[in-house]
Design a protein around this ligand. Sequence first.
Ligand SMILES: Nc1ncnc2c1ncn2[C@@H]1O[C@H](COP(=O)(O)OP(=O)(O)OP(=O)(O)O)[C@@H](O)[C@H]1O
Ligand SMILES: [Mg+2]
Length: 271
Amino acid sequence: MNMTSVNVTAANFVAAQFNSVDKVFESRGQRFEVLRGFDLTVREGEFLAVVGPSGSGKSTLLNLLSGLDDASAGTVVCNGRIVDGINTHVGYITQQDNLLPWLTVQQNISISLEIRGVAPAERADRVAAMIAKVGLKGFEHHHPSKLSGGMRKRAMLARTLVYDPQIILMDEPFGPLDAQLKVVLQAELLKLWSATGKTVVFVTHDIVEAITLADRVVVLSHRPSRIKLEEHITIGRPREVHDVRFTPGFEEHYRRLWAAIEIHGAGGTHQ
Ligand SMILES: Nc1ncnc2c1ncn2[C@@H]1O[C@H](COP(=O)(O)OP(=O)(O)OP(=O)(O)O)[C@@H](O)[C@H]1O
Ligand SMILES: [Mg+2]
């Protein structure tokens, strides 16, 4: 075995990596330093949750990994290659609802495959299977405006999952949903994740959600962001999403994460 093959093997366990990444936004003469020397490694098959205060750069991280935005310094690597344009290895469910309003649910999902050149017959099969999986059967021909918030989220999920990306980036996908629907979709996501072995990077404000879903939770500090805490979730799998909060170990995770998240005006630690 030579050096090259050893390196390739090692790289196979890493899905994505931020190496000393700086991100500075300049607008109207003002500099917003969001990331400074930021390092993070996402392992293949890992479910990683990212939490942190508003404006700490969570969406920025996903934008950099998806190639929608570029780093001011440092490198972002995905599947062993530096991201320097749109990253086709990831599926990105953005914070904003971005279904196309003039297309039906079916067309919105199908377009992901169309762009990737999948033949019409295969497209129809895959779209139908995905619609069934996310529980949107019967709503194929509805336009987004005729769906509830939760159904729109499911449609966005389906549109990304249908093309089977290796890495799924989700930015507060269940944020505005009611508690019950949230649990249903979290359970669906965990089932899907464990069945497929995908890598998930999941941004949320909700500590309970982060502990419930993730293998590891990273807490970002206020900008310029650094990782303030890295918490490995020791709760076993499979997990029942509505029971995780009653599981031994949950409370300890919760306390540590809660203590690490800085809240403006809460009279927390001063540095
Ligand atoms: N295109 C941009 N131009 C200028 N500033 C930006 C731009 N995008 C983000 N920012 C700034 O960068 C910082 C981080 O933004 P980001 O959207 O990553 O935060 P976030 O952690 O996702 O916040 P939230 O929890 O509110 O979604 C914010 O201060 C924001 O104002
Ligand atoms: Mg955000």
